[in-house]
Design a binder for this molecule. Structure first.
Ligand code: ADP
Ligand code: MG
Length: 318
């Protein structure tokens, strides 16, 4: 496989949190500097001739929005979680879109860039709704936490000695509501940013309409669904580690250059990939490949070009 990759490729790219903000850094100026660096890497792929469809995480940003909501609750109405998710898609999409336009312009490449506010259908009977697991928003005292569970019905959990946090369900993404629009824009030649933060979770109402739900979606799972729906051959997951390891992060850790579905499933069973970080990436890789995808690459943002050529990161095939 090495060196023998057919270009150009159609690639769905899942950007991890570090593509937008470095841990510990805050403020929009710092975010936009980071986003510009990300845009430079992505435009290298465009220069290779690849067509890219981008999705991204939103954990820190939606967390900030929830803190703002909480702090200003006596001044302005608090927004529900689906609306906060939509806000974060707009905010991150805007930053990425502008940074990509700037970088493309500087290279003299004429290519439209567009962000699509994306809803993702979930099943109202998904077992995740009975067992909320994802902590979101600010930390609360025990007293406030009890009040919130009483008044709002929130499920609160103690979070590693730092206080109490709300936990919400993380159901499976089932269908990308705006998929036809995304497909038209992508096939029409645009760089599309879609389903940010895993998408805004919605359920179908009895009347056939859509309704936002208080949940969050996993961005790696939605990235696999997006790649499958858009039939891109490749799913590229860019994160802050240079590939998939065994025995991570111990002294005997070993980087895997290639993996197949069977090995992924075996290592998942053996607990090599934790549920909050590498686990969902490997599960998503497996589901994309089983649905007919050709190749998944997991790599660090800085090595995107090399990784797609099979010279860096971890390549997963069926
Ligand atoms: P992202 O925002 O990109 O989704 P995550 O923190 O969710 O980032 O996932 C990437 C992290 O997964 C890495 O920083 C690394 O610490 C962790 N990780 C856990 N297990 C492994 C493993 N087996 N191989 C590589 N990285 C792993
Ligand atoms: Mg993650």
């Amino acid at each position: 496989m090495k060196g023998g990759i057919d270009r150009p490729l159609q690639v769905t790219i899942a950007l991890g949190g570090n593509a937008i903000v470095r841990p510990g850094a805050d403020g929009s100026a710092v975010q936009s500097a980071r986003v510009r660096a990300t845009a430079r890497e992505l435009v290298h792929l465009i220069e290779e001739g690849d067509r890219i469809l981008i999705t991204h995480g939103n954990g820190p940003q939606v967390g900030d929005i929830l803190v703002q909501n909480e702090a200003a609750k006596n001044l302005v109405p608090q927004m529900p979680l689906d609306v906060c998710g939509a806000e974060s898609q707009g905010m991150i999409g805007y930053m990425l879109q502008q940074a990509l336009q700037g970088e493309l312009g500087a290279k003299g490449i004429a290519m439209p860039v567009v962000t699509v506010l994306t809803q993702v259908l979930v099943d109202s009977t998904d077992p995740a709704f009975r067992r909320p697991t994802k902590p979101v928003g600010p930390f609360y005292s025990l007293k406030e936490s009890s009040r919130l569970s009483r008044e709002k019905g929130w499920v609160m959990v103690e979070d590693s000695g730092r206080g109490y946090r709300r936990v919400v369900p993380s159901p499976q993404p089932r269908e990308i509501v705006e998929s036809e629009t995304v497909a038209k824009l992508f096939r029409g030649g645009a760089i599309v940013i879609a389903a940010g933060g895993g998408g805004i979770p919605v359920v179908r109402t009895r009347g056939g309409g859509l309704h936002g739900v208080e949940a969050v979606l996993d961005k790696d799972r939605t990235a696999a669904l997006l790649a499958t729906t858009m039939k891109t051959k490749v799913l590229l997951i860019l994160t802050d580690v240079d590939g998939v390891y065994l025995n991570y992060p111990g002294p005997r850790r070993q980087k895997l250059e290639v993996l197949d579905v069977e090995a992924c499933e075996r290592h998942l069973r053996e607990g090599q990939f934790p549920p909050g970080s590498m686990g969902p990436k490997i599960e998503s890789a497996v589901s994309f490949l089983k649905a007919g995808g050709e190749r998944v690459v997991i790599a660090s943002l800085e090595e995107a070009v090399e990784a797609l050529a099979g010279r860096a990161g971890t390549t997963i095939t069926f």
